[in-house]
Design a protein around this ligand. Structure first.
Ligand code: BTN
Length: 273
């Protein structure tokens, strides 16, 4: 663990651990917007909460907040994201996207995390809408995007991602559905390399959103091929929809075919059958 450098709220900022620092240095030329400002904590409530607070105070695009463990890690739909020490990557980045790119940021992130895992490990994850990352039918990574706006500033997005590195004691309710990179590979994994590859891929796909969003959608479709054209149950607010997930549209909404009509699902819970 590195030495303490700064106080921020109740948490102590540390130097980036040596394994992570070495990998980030090796990938420096590919980190783009994420190459300079990384805040590393040994323990934190939620990296998303910290990054949202920093973004509100004007933190630059590309600011990275990461921790060895989270005591209040959050997932989508109000769920808890289990974040035991050293068992995963817990990372949030501050983005300030152009307006038209906002709806596609989470899909670009899914593509990037899947690609980063593939580059670093050789494993080929699949995506499930909107951006769950799966290996062999089990979830290995998740993404939580949250928007905010500081006073007088355009919208910012904090994009948090958690990658299961080792098979820590998953809580019973997720143990059957989750996996880790080490379980899939059967060997130890270099978390610094996974982080560097994910940030490099995120930098490239995020930049692509401004110039060629269609290319990001196409890459998302390729990685989600095994989950499209399958029966789904979607819960949107109080409404439950049963149908077949056909595709995504240009804004990243899931298109679900339900007896003769196609319904756009913008958010909500999706169960794949
Ligand atoms: C999901 O439910 O699939 C999304 C999980 C997102 C977890 C990450 S870990 C880093 C960041 N901080 C959080 O509190 N959540 C996200």
């Amino acid at each position: 663990m590195g030495s303490l450098t700064t106080h921020r709220g109740n948490h102590l900022r540390h130097e980036v651990p040596a394994d992570v620092r070495d990998a980030l240095q090796a990938y420096a030329s590919r980190l783009g917007v994420f190459d300079s400002d990384i805040w590393w904590y040994h323990e934190i409530g939620s990296t998303n909460d910290a990054a949202l607070a920093m973004a509100e105070r004007g933190a630059a695009e590309g600011t990275v907040v990461a921790a060895d463990l989270q005591t209040a890690g959050r997932g989508r739909q109000g769920r808890v994201w289990s974040s035991p020490p050293g068992a995963g990557l817990y990372v949030s980045v501050v983005l300030r996207p152009v307006f038209r790119a906002v709806p596609l940021v989470t899909l670009a992130a899914g593509v990037a995390i899947a690609e980063g895992i593939r580059t670093a490990s050789g494993l080929t994850p699949a995506l499930k809408w909107p951006n769950d990352v799966y290996l062999g039918g089990h979830k290995v990574a998740g993404i939580l995007a949250e928007a905010g706006a500081g006073e007088g500033r355009p919208i910012h997005i904090v994009l948090g991602f958690g990658v299961n590195i080792s098979q820590a004691s998953f809580p019973p309710e997720i143990a059957m559905r989750a996996t880790s990179l080490e379980r899939e590979l059967g060997r130890p994994v270099d978390r610094g390399l996974i982080l560097a590859c994910c940030l490099a891929a995120l930098s490239s796909h995020y930049a692509q959103l401004s110039v060629d969003p269609g290319a990001v959608l196409q890459q998302w479709r390729l990685r989600a091929a095994s989950t499209l054209h399958r029966p789904v149950t979607c819960t949107v607010g109080q409404r439950t929809i049963e149908g077949v997930a056909e595709d995504i549209d240009d804004d990243g909404a899931l298109l679900v075919r339900v007896t003769g009509e196609t319904i756009r699902v913008v958010s909500g819970e999706v169960i794949w059958h």
